[in-house]
Design a protein around this ligand. Structure first.
Ligand code: AMP
Length: 148
């Protein structure tokens, strides 16, 4: 099997995120691979909230969420020395966007957590499951335990 050349870390900024990022970084070092990072602002969340009638403020919620996500992404990427041109912040369906970004940038390994913000109710979280089903490249789901 040939070495991985381009690893894509899918980051959701959950409390497990650091463990997933560390595994991606270790693998990038091991394979001398390029490491990129992506975060997707879930458009279901922005749509749900944008149509919530109790929100009285007239502001662009998507822009607010994007700004906050950009801040988190910068911090995490800086921490793991991921250059600016290897950071992908998008808005959409997380699993489909992660797969698209991997394909468009010829990533040959996607590293995700087995679970994220949605907790451990499922054996495998829905984003992780979707990426595993749709990705054309290898996917490593970092097993996160209850107490991680
Ligand atoms: P989930 O399937 O939502 O429990 O999340 C599993 C893993 O998918 C997380 O640990 C992240 O690695 C990744 N992930 C989930 N949501 C996102 C997102 N919005 N953007 C990027 N990666 C995500």
């Amino acid at each position: 099997m040939s070495n991985y050349k381009h690893i894509l870390l899918a980051a959701d900024f959950s409390r497990h995120g650091l463990a997933v990022a560390e595994r991606a970084k270790d693998l990038a070092n091991l394979y001398q691979a390029k490491l990129s990072i992506t975060h997707i602002v879930d458009n279901l969340v922005t749509m749900d909230m944008a149509y919530e009638p109790s929100i009285a403020y007239d502001f662009d919620l998507s822009a607010e969420l994007m700004a906050s996500a950009k801040n988190h992404l910068s911090k995490l990427a800086d921490q793991f020395n991921i250059p600016e041109n290897q950071r992908w912040l998008e808005i959409g369906n997380p699993k489909m966007e992660i797969v698209r970004i991997a394909e468009e940038n010829q990533a040959d390994l996607i590293v995700i957590g087995s679970h994220g913000r949605h907790g451990l109710a499922l054996l495998l979280g829905s984003t992780a499951n979707g990426v595993l089903h749709h990705a054309k490249c290898d996917v490593l789901a970092v097993r996160l335990q209850n107490d991680d």
